[in-house]
Design a binder for this molecule. Structure first.
Ligand SMILES: [Zn+2]
Length: 67
């Protein structure tokens, strides 16, 4: 069994609307997800086991950033 965590799924709540989103990590450690509810695009970067970041891109004209 391959122990690498490539392609494992990550789920979190969209910071904009609160809906659950699920994405898959690519080989660079990035997870890109588009929220199906508010269409915000989130790029999550796993930097270390203790530090990851999420960039949120809210589409202009659809909803306003609520955070
Ligand atoms: Zn959302």
């Amino acid at each position: 069994m391959d122990e690498r965590d490539d392609w494992s799924s990550f789920s979190w709540h969209c910071p904009n609307c609160g809906d659950l989103v699920t994405g898959y990590k690519n080989r660079e450690g990035f997870i890109k997800v588009e929220c199906g509810t508010c269409h915000s695009v989130m790029v999550r970067r796993l930097k270390t086991h203790r530090h990851n970041s999420i960039d949120i891109f809210t589409p202009i004209g659809i909803v306003e950033m609520m955070v």
